[in-house]
Design a protein around this ligand. Structure first.
Ligand code: CO
Length: 314
């Protein structure tokens, strides 16, 4: 059912990982006051459509907020109208970055130019490193009912943009759930509450958490201090940092620097919390290709048109 990993994780990244890139999480000798990450910007997701006409809400990658290094795009699809999603995302290419699919409800089937096929059900995650090129389809596996999930795009540094494609297909049972203060937290990537997420060996050392704050609940979440971070509220409403502003579902919150985020809620709320090491390189992007220069984009388009984007193995 699950797509085979194209190479052992350690071998995949051997020689291309900076030893100094990982956040320093060693306990310090004396206690230091934690710095709260405060709200820098709140941006409402914009209604749009992609693929063959899937209706979605785009929060990152919109005109209002083009990216937050290393994150390039965040889409939420949430509808029970089959006509909003049935057309799916038929065969399309990617090069130069990573696509992450996280399902809350419903199911998607993916199929690609390397012969991988898998089904993503509720709670599952697919972290796909497109590298030098992949052509895949992502199609709803249901004819009706609620379809709810996310797609996140994460950039790759120049030295890894043309790496061999790689998948991590993660069954929901592998995503640990823990309690942090009042909240329950699914740990997808990075560390939280003593758990380490199942997504591994990602160069931007991401932290990806799905946080549910109960009504009248409050929790504090550690975040790697050097990372850029955002929260995307997708159910109910929450308050973040020391701000008293109520952030409702459908809004992305860019967080300032610091070590921790305090979240609270009156009526209950749920949000994705993402943090990643910034890459700090120029970004040239066009549709499904994200490179460093316009010349590299032209090359990707050319490779795709002439059938040289992918190594076909299946
Ligand atoms: Co895709």
């Amino acid at each position: 059912m699950l797509a085979a990993t194209t190479a052992p994780a350690a071998a995949w990244l051997a020689g291309c990982r900076d030893p100094g890139i990982a956040p320093d999480l060693r306990p310090s000798a004396r206690p230091v006051a934690l710095r709260e990450r405060e709200i820098q910007r709140v941006v409402a997701a914009q209604a749009t459509s992609d693929g063959a006409g899937v209706k979605l809400a785009r929060s990152l990658g919109s005109r209002a907020l083009s990216m937050l290094d290393p994150f390039l795009m965040l889409d939420e699809f949430h509808t029970d109208k089959a006509s909003d999603y049935l057309a799916g995302f038929p065969d399309h290419p990617h090069r130069g970055f990573e696509t992450v699919t996280y399902m809350i409800h419903g199911a998607m089937e993916h199929h690609d130019s390397l012969g991988n096929r898998g089904r993503l059900g509720p709670g599952s995650v697919q972290w796909m490193t497109a590298g030098r090129g992949i052509i895949h389809s992502e199609m709803p596996k249901q004819q009706d009912g609620l379809m709810w999930g996310f797609q996140l795009w994460v950039n790759l540094p120049a030295r890894l943009k043309m790496i061999k494609p790689r998948y991590q297909d993660i069954d929901p049972s592998r995503v640990g759930e823990t309690h942090i203060d009042d909240s329950s937290v699914r740990v997808i990537a990075g560390e939280a509450g003593g758990l380490t997420g199942p997504v591994s060996e990602i160069v931007t050392a991401p932290q990806m958490l799905d946080v549910t704050v109960p009504a009248r609940g409050k929790s504090r979440h550690r975040l790697p201090p050097g990372h850029n971070a955002f929260a995307y509220v997708f159910d109910g409403a929450v308050k973040l940092g020391t701000s008293t502003t109520r952030i409702e579902r459908g809004n992305i919150v860019v967080l300032g620097p610091g070590d921790q985020l305090t979240a609270s809620s009156e009526e209950g709320g749920r949000f994705l919390l993402l943090a990643g090491q910034p890459i700090g390189e120029p970004v040239s992007r066009q549709g499904p290709f994200v490179m460093n220069t316009d010349q590299e984009i032209r090359q990707a388009v050319d490779d795709y048109r002439s059938g040289r984007l992918v190594d076909r193995e299946g």
